[in-house]
Design a protein around this ligand. Structure first.
Ligand code: HEM
Length: 482
């Protein structure tokens, strides 16, 4: 019989709310503090067990081999008020069917057709920045990512729809954050000012999305994502308008802020680490020179892609994954008994900075993700989750982040005050607080100078071999040895 895992005792919580108040007051601090107590830390939110899990093997089991004993947690279910039953929030057979129908549109080859929209939109945004002017990088990138996902979903010719979605999303997101974190969110029918603003924003979003669905149903099939979703069939049946609305809304939400944050943290960390920045600048000069990036360049921009991965290791945009046990379940070969209804809270942020798995974990070292580097052990790096509920947009996000960062590095130098530490905001996603940056346009001569300095041996090696993260997310590890 396997020896049971001994769980640490935790400071006594409020008898009514448990540790929830402490979590809401400072989510990141809460997870960091309690994670020091052990690999499985049994806190409590009201009557519910809320266990923090930092053991990669247990995380692997929860997300993969034992995944069918868990559903999404109640916190995530709260965003159903806007997402409905899209891929992120739905469960069971509906999730499996819609996931199967949507997968082909998100394969690495399929998403390459959005590369042009990604690069052109980035150029438009960067060209709008005045030389010597100050921008707030995090929100600029958030708008950019929203525009990119809107163009990918609806096509390039619907800028008015994209603009309407942009402003309604900007209105709805902070209100959604509040709902996620509230101890008891007020029902939407109570006419508070926040609820009314939220209802208005949702109405605008619904209006745009239903209009686009109707227009696309009438028009000949295009190459945008919505056309792919409209054409998807299983047993002869397609997605209903309601399902399409929920999936489109989900892709907007899941697909923009996460990627924007990954890009913002990457650019910030490159500003802070001049050696890594010089490598990326030189690579961009050598691979792209002055020309516009295309999809195939993403495979050649090994340093740039590695910088994105390393930024997501230190600052994973989806910093917190929750699963709730739908039955009593045993993990770790019987060493851990999880009662039904317990929430298992897993944070890539904690695991990906754990010195047991990462050498000098707080150092920004893109080399860890260069081709030829050892692949991280299973579930010591999982910014896109894992198992059946892993991120469907992974290839889209990696292509986008690599091409956007490369295009920005090609066109501008962003001067930031790197003497201070970056402030992070753990909302729905892990977001950087404001990042003021001064824009300096790069001249052709600067690009050439950095290119000459680029070590051909290094770049050649990258072109020849695959990135260690080019494969699928990690598979389940074996059970914990007793
Ligand atoms: C760097 C960018 C991104 C990160 C870090 C990220 C991260 C994640 C993670 C961790 C999950 C799993 C959540 C869980 O297990 O509870 C997820 C799910 C999902 N993501 Fe992403 N994501 C990113 C970009 C995108 C993009 C660009 C799209 C779409 C265009 C997208 C669409 C989705 C969807 C639909 C799901 C739900 C999948 C399912 O449950 O079947 N994501 N994402």
């Amino acid at each position: 019989m396997a020896q049971p895992l001994s769980l640490p005792s935790v400071p006594a919580p409020s008898w009514l709310w448990g540790h929830h108040g402490e979590f809401v007051a400072d989510p990141l601090g809460f997870v960091e503090r309690y994670s020091r107590l052990g690999d499985v830390v049994p806190t409590r939110f009201g009557p519910l067990g809320f266990w923090l899990v930092h053991d990669p093997q247990l995380i692997g089991e929860i997300l993969t081999t034992k995944g069918s004993s868990f559903g999404k947690d109640a916190g995530l279910r709260r965003i159903r008020v806007i997402l409905g039953d899209g891929l992120l929030t739905s469960e069971g057979r509906q999730h499996e069917r819609n996931s199967r129908m949507m997968q082909p549109a998100f394969r690495a080859k399929a998403v390459e057709s959005y590369a042009a929209a990604m690069v052109e939109t980035t150029e438009e945004v960067a060209d709008g920045w005045a030389e010597g002017g100050e921008i707030e990088l995090a929100s600029e990138l958030s708008r950019l990512a929203l525009r990119i996902v809107a163009r990918a979903l609806f096509g390039a010719d619907v800028r008015d729809a994209a603009a309407a979605v942009e402003s309604a999303m900007t209105e709805a997101l902070p209100l959604l954050d509040d709902r996620m974190n509230a101890v008891l969110p007020l029902p939407l029918w109570i006419p508070t000012a926040a609820n009314r603003r939220f209802a208005r924003a949702r109405q605008v979003l619904d209006g745009v999305v239903y209009r686009m669905i109707e227009e696309r149903r009438r028009a000949p099939a295009g190459t945008d994502l919505l056309s792919h979703l409209l054409a998807a069939r299983e047993e002869g049946k397609g997605l209903t308008d309601q399902e399409l609305r929920d999936e489109v809304m989900t892709l907007f939400l899941a697909g923009h802020e996460t990627t924007a944050n990954a890009m913002a943290f990457t650019l910030w960390l490159l500003a802070k680490n001049p050696d890594a920045r010089a490598k990326v600048q030189a690579e961009v000069g050598s691979v792209l020179g002055q020309r516009r990036a295309v999809a195939e360049d993403a495979h050649r921009l090994a340093w740039t892609a590695a910088a994105v991965h390393e930024a997501m290791r230190l600052y994973p945009p989806a910093w917190f994954l929750g699963r709730q046990a739908t039955e009593n379940v045993e993990l770790g070969g019987g060493r851990l008994r999880v009662p039904k209804h317990t929430v298992m809270a897993m944070s890539p942020l904690i695991v990906q900075r754990d010195p047991r798995w990462w050498d000098e974990p707080m150092a920004f070292r893109p080399e860890r993700f260069l081709p030829g580097a050892p692949r991280p052990a299973a579930f010591t790096y999982f910014p896109f989750g894992g198992g059946k509920r892993a991120c469907i947009g992974r290839s889209f996000a990696l292509l986008e982040a690599t091409l956007v960062v490369a295009t920005l590095v090609q066109r501008v130098d962003l001067e930031m005050d790197t003497t201070r530490e970056i402030e992070v905001k753990p909302h729905l996603t892990l977001r950087p607080a404001a990042i003021p940056a001064i824009v300096h346009r790069r001249q052709a001569a600067q690009l050439e100078a950095t290119t000459t300095a680029f070590d051909d041996a290094v770049s050649g090696a990258h072109l020849a071999s695959a990135c260690p993260m080019a494969e699928k997310p990690p598979r389940a590890p074996g059970a914990i040895p007793a």
